[in-house]
Design a protein around this ligand. Structure first.
Ligand code: ATP
Ligand code: MG
Length: 560
């Protein structure tokens, strides 16, 4: 896989123009600003790729800033996971910063705005304030506290900060315009009272800035030039600019640029809904291999490189759309095809007994070893010896006692190739008293060692196999989509209504011995079956990352 190439996009155009005009003195600085209230998901990977990738491309820098302005939902655990997940994706923040580091400066600026007559304390509750905001084409209503004097406002703000008032009893609001056509400018709330413990500032603060009051100012303090965020903040940009214009700030102020969120079919990225899946026990945790979190995808075996390449190559636009999850899977498959070692494993084992297999002088079945390439795509991965003997495991699917039309795999009287080993012909079956198939009998042709007949006769099918006496047991988790609907929630409005109750099946398979040596997290290709990731914590457990068939290519072909 070659290094991903970023498509040219409107963000790069803006930065180029700024650089040409000498804005910011040619400096480029971005930031990735997650709220530490959950784990990063595949949507965040897009933002990370844009924020870090763009800065890197222009020789600039990108900080990680935790937007920790809400003490009730944020935790150190999330900060640590965010830091680790960004590193895993392959990006390195220039610095690790926190919005809470600026609480003191933000407060000083709030007093400044009060002194300018540009902010006031409102004694109304949240419900009243929101009812007064009006709507599109419906003017807002001025708060009865809007024209309070500066001294009274200052006094109240100081007392809010000192902890004199109950939660929800007062807020600080910017005094802008209650009839502004942009709702975000109808006297937005700057501070709310929360008597909660904050994971970093502890009990130092009982007033906390809103997103809008914290964000642009944090950008300005850090020297951010281009503050890239998702489209839902589009209508907040005038407010972002308003705060920066009205504060005593020198030089060029940061510029907010919005792009469309990354969403996928069959996938939900809302933290609230993902949290519910975890709380309900629908999944094992935030890092369950079915979760669209970076931890989940990592457990599932998605290479960081594939995620990065996808996020870079799909480009960045201002049009909301949903990507096919199959398109991301195609990137994963492409990367794994190049990097994953090949092994043989049987997921639904059926015993195959070769009746004419030789025994040695002591009467024990002979064991033969075949040298097999670890990855035909990458000779540097070398070869390994795979044991073969007279008792093998094959897939149940690869045998039919009564073959349906166009079935070319093993059936009585039919000859097939056991991959890299011999041609075998099925001769009969064993059944238990219930009539259930327990074993298939076959004979092999010793002249076909390596898998080809010297007389040139052809077989229609090549099957994988595992030598039974040498096999190791593996638990294999097979996954279906976590959400059955292409657009979860499209029908009912609630994505969780489209949960697939059967998104995971765990089977006990048999694998060649080398599978036991897989490193935690290593992804292997099980021949003919797909890619499987060794669980990072539990030895002997594998997750099906993705199948071998390129469903994305098929979808594109159908769409012509
Ligand atoms: P969620 O809705 O999942 O809680 P969020 O937007 O609240 O996500 P934050 O932690 O605030 O999550 O997001 C950090 C950054 O990641 C923001 O700049 C946000 O715009 C961006 N981001 C979040 N989700 C996506 C997405 N699906 N696609 C692209 N960027 C995203
Ligand atoms: Mg958020």
């Amino acid at each position: 896989m070659t290094e991903p190439v970023a498509a040219n996009d409107f963000i790069r155009d803006i930065i180029r123009r700024d650089n040409e005009q000498g804005t910011y003195g040619g400096r480029v600085q971005t930031r990735f600003p997650p709220e530490p209230n959950g784990y990063l998901h595949i949507g965040h990977a897009k933002a990370i790729t844009v924020d870090f990738g763009t800065a890197e491309e222009f020789g600039g820098l990108c900080n990680l800033r935790l937007d920790d302005t809400n003490p009730d939902t944020e935790e150190t655990e999330f900060v640590e996971s965010i830091v680790a997940d960004i590193e895993w994706l392959g990006f390195h923040p220039h610095r690790l910063l926190h919005a809470s580091d600026y609480f003191g400066q933000l407060y000083e600026w709030a007093e400044y705005l009060v002194q300018q007559g540009l902010a006031y304390v409102d004694d109304q509750d949240g419900e009243t304030i929101s009812a007064q905001r009006g709507g599109f084409g419906k003017p807002g209503v001025d708060s009865p506290f809007r024209d309070r004097g500066i001294e009274e406002n200052l006094d109240l703000l100081r007392r809010m900060k000192a902890g004199e008032f109950a939660e929800g009893s007062r807020v600080l609001r910017a005094k802008i315009d209650m009839n502004h056509e942009n709702m975000a400018l109808r006297d937005p709330v700057m501070y709310r009272i929360r008597h909660s413990h904050h994971f970093r500032t502890g009990g130092d603060w009982c007033i906390f800035p809103t997103y809008d009051w914290a964000h642009g100012q944090s950008d300005a303090i850090e020297g951010v030039t281009h503050s890239i965020c998702t489209l839902e903040f589009d209508t907040h940009r005038p407010l972002y600019d308003w705060y920066l214009e009205h504060l005593p700030l020198p030089g060029d102020q940061p510029r907010q640029i919005e792009f469309a969120r990354l969403e996928f079919t069959h996938t939900v990225t809302s933290k609230r809904r993902l949290a519910k899946l975890v709380a309900d026990g629908t999944v094992d945790g935030w890092d369950d291999a079915r979760m669209p979190t970076l931890r989940g995808l990592r457990r599932r075996g998605y290479p960081a490189r594939a995620i990065r390449a996808f996020c870079t190559e799909i480009g960045t636009t201002r049009t909301n759309s949903r990507q096919s999850i199959e398109a991301l899977e195609a990137y994963v498959r492409r990367e794994l095809n190049a990097t994953a070692q090949r092994r043989m494993a049987v997921l639904r084992p059926l015993r195959l007994v070769i009746d004419n297999w030789p025994t040695d002088a002591s009467g024990a079945p002979v064991v033969e070893y075949f040298e097999v390439a670890n990855n035909p795509e990458n000779p540097a991965d070398g070869t390994r010896q795979v044991a073969f003997s007279g008792e093998l495991w094959i897939e149940q699917d690869d045998f039919a006692e009564v073959p349906p039309p166009k079935y070319f795999r093993l059936s009585p009287g039919r000859e097939v190739r056991l991959r890299g080993a011999y041609l075998v012909t099925a001769t009969g079956v064993d059944k238990d008293e219930d009539g259930t198939l327990t074993a298939v009998h076959a004979t092999y042709d010793p002249a076909t060692r390596g898998g080809d007949a010297p007389d040139g006769r052809k077989v229609k099918s090549t099957m994988h196999w595992v030598s039974a006496p040498h096999a190791v047991d593996v638990d294999v988790a097979l996954y279906e989509r976590l959400f059955t609907a292409q657009v979860p929630g499209e029908a009912t409005g609630e994505a969780l209504d489209d949960l697939n109750p059967n998104s995971r099946e765990i089977v006990v398979g048999r694998a060649e011995a080398a599978v036991a040596d897989a490193a935690p997290g290593q992804v292997l290709q099980f021949e003919r079956l797909g890619y499987f990731a060794a669980d990072p914590d539990t030895a002997g457990l594998f997750h099906r990352t993705v199948g071998l068939r390129d469903e994305w290519a098929a979808i594109q072909k159908r769409q012509g």
